[in-house]
Design a protein around this ligand. Structure first.
Ligand SMILES: Nc1nc2c(ncn2[C@@H]2O[C@H](COP(=O)(O)OP(=O)(O)O)[C@@H](O)[C@H]2O)c(=O)[nH]1
Ligand SMILES: [Mg+2]
Length: 240
């Protein structure tokens, strides 16, 4: 086991190439403390499960990924654990900011932690509130983590999908420790959905039209007068 200190903010980022015409897909991961948010993000981005993670780190990870054959900058905001309060989910200010920032939100609870499951509706409400003030509702995915801990389960398998249906979000039951493909599948499908929703790249600006120098009015005038003079001469000649 290794404490994941080295993976500091954007440490997983291969330097983005800003010359590429791609746009970032931004995902915020939210849930109670200890449900496995960091484990899930690290698993998705590195394929690894380390087992011991810096508590409340709330790092932002950035990666270049291929989505439907297109290179995309993926940014994932891991957040410190949310807590329940009488007035709803208690979130630090910067977490509320990341909800405004995010294109999509992944809500996580642990099947071994009843309170983390009960916190989900409050968190979803907070996400909706941020969406209302930002003018758009981001897609929300609900992840039930730690599915491997069968003997410690206290949220039934049917309850997750039911809650997801009520909230109108997609649902996956996963285990960050046991199964990379489920975790990858959940995040990857969300990325594909977001990539499809992206507005098309703005058309490149038209090439500057070749500027014609306006003819000098004096030259024009001179030409006109020269023509007049010529035609007068011709008239004179013919009349003779
Ligand atoms: N058995 C098991 N343990 C997990 C799983 N996901 C995370 N953990 C453990 O749960 C603890 C908290 O995980 P962490 O990612 O730090 O939770 P966070 O506070 O939500 O970021 C750590 O000891 C992890 O090793 C899982 O799917 N199965
Ligand atoms: Mg964490």
């Amino acid at each position: 086991m290794r404490l994941i200190h080295s993976m500091t903010t954007i440490a997983e980022c291969s330097t983005p190439d800003y010359s590429l015409p791609n746009r970032a897909i931004k995902i915020a991961v939210l849930g109670a403390g200890g449900v496995g948010k960091t484990a899930l993000v690290v698993r998705f981005l590195t394929r690894r499960f380390i087992g011991d993670y810096e508590r409340n780190a709330g790092n932002l990870y950035s990666r270049e990924v291929q989505v439907d054959g297109e290179q995309v900058t993926l940014q994932v905001q891991d957040t410190p654990g949310a807590e329940m309060s009488d007035n709803g989910a208690l979130l630090p200010d910067h977490v509320s900011c990341s909800l405004h920032w995010a294109d999509a939100v992944v809500l996580v609870y642990s099947v071994t932690d009843r309170r983390s499951f009960e916190l989900v509706p409050q968190l979803h409400q907070t996400v909706s509130r941020c969406a209302t003030s930002g003018g758009r509702a981001p897609p929300v995915v609900l992840l039930a983590n730690k599915a491997d801990l069968l003997h410690l389960r206290c949220v039934d398998q049917e309850q997750g999908p039911l809650l997801a249906a009520t909230l109108g979000c997609t649902f996956y039951e996963v285990s960050a420790s046991e199964d990379y493909s489920q975790v990858h599948g959940a995040f990857h499908r969300l990325c594909c959905q977001l990539a499809k929703q992206r507005p098309p790249l703005p058309p490149s600006p038209p090439a500057p039209a070749e500027k014609r120098r306006p003819k000098s009015p004096n030259v024009q005038d001179l030409k006109r007068r020269f023509k007049q003079a010529l035609s007068a001469k011709v008239r004179t000649v013919t009349s003779v």
